[in-house]
Ligand binder design. Structure first.
Ligand code: CA
Length: 222
């Protein structure tokens, strides 16, 4: 089996180092981030198998990270926290973390939870998003329409994935811009419109799949 990629988002450097050391020893490929924003950008770029996420983080805290990241991804998240109150636990899980561990914890306990989540993930296969004759492969990033390959640019693919994951929901253009191009992107909403137009050309032939909500954004219909 291929080595699993683990992303650790933790601002306590001693703990981050200890986790990195421990999981590398267990043959995981480990990437780290010191704050929530860096974590989000790494989560998007390195495509980890699982994320260990501290709750209290600079720039973007763990809950906010979950709220943003869950919209675009099903990657399992284990939340770490120093607080043990029930409210935090419920909140963390409601917002999209898959498991929860209170500091201080034993490394072996964390390892057991990581393994359990990865097992669960490989059992329910989230490899494809399918809508009628349109199918996208989340691993290989290959898009098929009636079994014919559709060529999408990386940004077009991410945008289509975001829309399909949120099928039936209206996504605001600024929200799309933030998610696909990042908060620091210099440009405007028209970038989104242009990409939507390109995607439509490639996946719509007679059937309207992406609906324009005037003055707001877009909704993936079918
Ligand atoms: Ca912290």
């Amino acid at each position: 089996m291929l080595n699993q990629k683990l992303l650790i988002i933790e601002d306590e450097i001693n703990l981050q180092n200890a986790l990195k050391y421990y999981f590398e020893h267990e043959n995981y490929i480990v990437d780290t981030a010191n704050d929530g924003e860096m974590g989000l950008s790494k989560a998007r770029s390195v495509d980890p198998s699982i994320i260990i996420l501290d709750l209290m983080l600079p720039k973007l805290d763990g809950l906010e990270f979950c709220r943003l990241f869950r919209i675009e991804s099903d990657i399992p998240i284990i939340m770490l926290t120093a607080k043990g109150s029930e409210t935090d636990k419920v909140l963390g899980l409601e917002i999209g973390a898959d498991d929860y561990l209170v500091k201080p914890f034993a490394m072996r306990e964390l390892l057991a939870r990581v393994r359990a989540l990865l097992r669960r993930k490989s059992n329910n296969n989230h490899k494809y998003l399918i809508s009628e004759n349109l199918k996208i492969n989340l691993d290989s990033h290959i898009t098929n329409l009636d079994d014919k390959k559709v060529k999408l640019s990386p940004k077009e693919f991410l945008l289509l994935k975001l829309l399909m994951k949120n099928k039936g929901k209206v996504l605001n253009r600024n929200f799309i811009l933030d998610h696909i191009w990042g908060r620091n992107y210099i440009g405007d909403n028209r970038t989104v419109d242009v990409h939507i137009r390109w995607i439509r050309k490639k996946i719509e032939s007679g059937t309207e799949r992406i609906i324009t909500i005037r003055g707001v954004g877009y909704r993936f219909e079918k």
